[in-house]
Design a protein around this ligand. Structure first.
Ligand code: SF4
Ligand code: SF4
Length: 144
């Protein structure tokens, strides 16, 4: 019997952001690493000092975004993320966190807070597609 060819999956097979804004709420935000900081400064077109003063909360070596009215300073209820191109990698990655693949409870926790996760899929189906997408992404990176 011949081996079936793996279908080409799309991100939309497992996730499609509804722009509900839930992941931008809370009294803390994700941390920005050095590359995140550089990207944000560039996208905002401000100096690092201006960006830090207007948008960041710096605690020791930890840089986060400031919070306004219980959400990230860049979140606008009508427009969503207003720094989309300059958002940190953790915001880009969410909600497809690799920990989903190692622990089903992480999948259920994330799926419960993110309406963009396709709820019609079982954990096994979701993980299979997510894994295939990650492998595809890694292959693309290696191929330049
Ligand atoms: S919680 Fe999910 S659906 Fe809502 S904005 Fe965040 S990623 Fe999109
Ligand atoms: S940077 Fe954008 S995506 Fe990330 S928490 Fe702030 S508003 Fe949300």
């Amino acid at each position: 019997m011949s081996k079936e060819t793996e279908p080409e999956y799309q991100l939309s097979d497992i996730f499609s952001c509804t722009r509900c804004g839930f992941c931008c709420q809370g009294e803390t935000t994700v941390s920005l690493d050095a590359k995140d900081q550089e990207r944000m400064v560039r996208v905002l077109g401000l100096s690092r000092e201006e960006t830090a003063q207007q948008y960041w909360r710096i605690t020791g070596t930890e840089v986060q975004m400031q919070v306004r009215d219980g959400h990230c300073i860049f979140y606008d209820p009508t427009q969503g993320c207003t720094v989309h191109e300059g958002r940190p990698w953790r915001c880009r990655q969410w909600p497809l966190h690799p920990s989903i693949l190692s622990d089903e409870s992480n999948f259920h926790t994330i799926a419960a807070s993110c309406p963009g996760i396709k709820k019609t899929l079982s954990y096994k189906e979701f993980s299979h597609i997510f894994q295939a997408l990650r492998q595809h992404e890694r292959a693309d990176e290696q191929n330049g």
